[in-house]
Design a protein around this ligand. Sequence first.
Ligand code: FNR
Length: 200
Amino acid sequence: MHTHKIGYFVGSLSSTSINRTLSKALLELAPDDLEFTEIAIRDLPLYSQDFDADFPPPARALKEAIEASDGILFISPEFNRSIPGALKNAIDWGSRPWGSNSFAMKPTGIIGASPGGIGTAVMQASMRSVLSFLDAPQLNAPEAYITFRDDVFGSDGEVRDEATAKFLRHFMEEYDAFVQRVLAVTAPGHIGDELPEIRR
Ligand code: FNR
């Protein structure tokens, strides 16, 4: 079995983050060939072009982690109908200096949870625009807008509702297949000789 390294961002700095809880559930439900490493955003200073000549250690670590990943997964809240500032700041760091965009051609997935009914849909639309500009292929479908409920998600990653678990498992399977499809083109030696099945 070929394993694929997935770097994941949690777009919340909250100690009680529902999106961190969602991230634990996704890691539990994901296919076994995916290996996950969190790409931390907490210690990054606010990005400025003044840093371009000499990135600080947390920003260097961020870019190295993105570049070492086969795929990138964003698990994020929606803040004021857009991308939380801490996550956008991290993306800005990863995209620079000009000419060294670490996200280029990285297969990406986006998912997020909110207590409200639209489940981060507007944040995800903003993310798609940003990732398009960064030349990062995106999983288009399934979309995953998660309305968070305490009775469904345990803090340790347990999902108590089978329909929700089934949907999240399906999302991660489709993300895995998408990563493999992109790698088949961008890094053919990585996945072996066989093209992965296109499932729809
Ligand atoms: C929010 N929240 C929110 N929810 C939403 O569905 N759409 C939105 O636009 C916003 N806007 C927003 C702005 C700010 C500054 C905060 C702090 C919160 C509510 C948000 O979904 C809720 O606080 C989640 O718990 C945030 O996710 P984490 O941090 O718990 O993962």
